[in-house]
Design a protein around this ligand. Structure first.
Ligand SMILES: CC(C)(COP(=O)(O)OP(=O)(O)OC[C@H]1O[C@@H](n2cnc3c(N)ncnc32)[C@H](O)[C@@H]1OP(=O)(O)O)[C@@H](O)C(=O)NCCC(=O)NCCS
Length: 186
């Protein structure tokens, strides 16, 4: 399928909120985690969150929720792409917009991905996120969340920018296999 180019903007209307909550509550991993429409709406309306909407081909294409306050400065809380637009580059563009916002005020972007969410794990690895650790039984007993992060300085290195001390990729920070991590929830 062809790549779709999206524009991102801040969430601003009840209709935006409805689109996001509807998408979240009808997508894995949240269905398995029991996040229904009402719970999803509460996440979208969190006053401490920044929510960005992606629009492409004249329609709602997805969203991403960021936390940029306190110890969670740089946390990518949630990302989802409309069912019929997945695999067309929307998620990558939302992640790029999120990183631009985060790296303007924090050196690290980080997020949790449920161990069973193979597709999302592939995406984050491709974008340069490194494994930090495993949160066992975090949302649901018997499932793990994998904590991953990306360092703004690594982005600079990839662009060939001078950033001071040289760094090398640490092989111990690649994501563990599914069998290493407990089969997870989201
Ligand atoms: C994960 C997700 C945000 C990726 O968005 P996307 O627009 O499909 O991603 P892109 O097109 O930019 O990149 C495609 C990559 O996403 C990953 N991917 C994950 N789920 C996918 C799906 N259903 N279809 C296609 N690609 C998917 C793959 O790694 C793929 O890379 P590859 O082609 O090298 O295998 C999207 O699939 C989604 O909304 N999934 C459901 C919600 C979710 O899992 N959110 C993440 C919670 S941590």
């Amino acid at each position: 399928m062809d790549r779709v180019t999206v524009a991102t903007r801040r969430l601003s209307t009840p209709k935006d909120e409805d689109h996001c909550a509807r998408l979240m509550s009808t997508s894995e991993p949240w269905m398995s985690l029991g996040r229904d429409y009402t719970k999803a709406l509460a996440v979208v309306r969190d006053p401490l969150a920044e929510v960005y909407i992606a629009e492409g081909e004249g329609q709602f294409a997805g969203f991403i929720i960021l936390s940029l306050v306190g110890v969670l400065n740089g946390y990518i809380r949630t990302i989802a792409v409309a069912h019929d637009m997945r695999g067309r580059g929307v998620g990558s563009q939302l992640m790029a917009a999120a990183e631009e916002r985060i790296f303007s005020q924090s050196p690290n972007a980080f997020l949790c991905v449920t161990a069973f969410n193979d597709g999302a794990r592939r995406l984050y690895e491709r974008l340069g996120y490194e494994y930090v650790g495993e949160l066992k039984d975090y949302f649901v007993r018997g499932t793990s969340e994998l904590f991953v992060s990306k360092d703004a300085r690594a982005v600079g290195r990839a662009r060939g920018e001078e950033i001071g001390e040289a760094g090398t990729a640490d092989p111990s920070r690649s994501l563990p296999s599914r069998s290493e991590a407990r089969k997870g929830s989201g």
